[in-house]
Design a protein. Sequence first.
Length: 144
Amino acid sequence: MSQYYQVGEQVLWNPSNGVSALFLRSADALAPETGLPTGLGPMENDECRIDLEVFTAFVSALVERYERTNHPILHALMEGFIATALVLVQRGGAEPHRSERDGWRDVQVSGLAAGLPEGSAGRWAELTARHARAMPHRPTRTCS
C-alpha cells in the first residue's frame, strides 16, 4: 500500500504507508522549531494535499533553523526530513524562500534556483538528489 502527496492533481511523492506516517509525524515534531504550520493536510483516503506556499515557508524556516546551529545531533535529526521536504518543494515547482534576517542568496540546488544559505548549497544538493532518486512519484494520478 502507498499514499500520495499532491499539489492539486500533481503527485509529488508516492511513499509506502510506513514511510508516509513517519514523514508526517516528523513534520509535526519539527513544526515547533519554526513556529509555522507545516502546510501538509491530513492523510485522507491515502492522499495528503500540500499547500505549497505554506509548506515551502515551513521548509525554508527549517533550513534556516538548521543553518543557525552547529549542533551535530540537531543536524542529524533534521537532515533527512529537510532533504525529503526539499524534493517535494522542487517537484511542486517552488523554491525555498530567502531569509531576510540572515541575508541568504540564490544558489543552484539540483538544477533549480533556490534561496538557500551561502555555503550550504552543495550539501543540500547532494542530499536532495540522493533522496529524489529514492522517492517514487507519478506526475499525475489516474483513478481506475
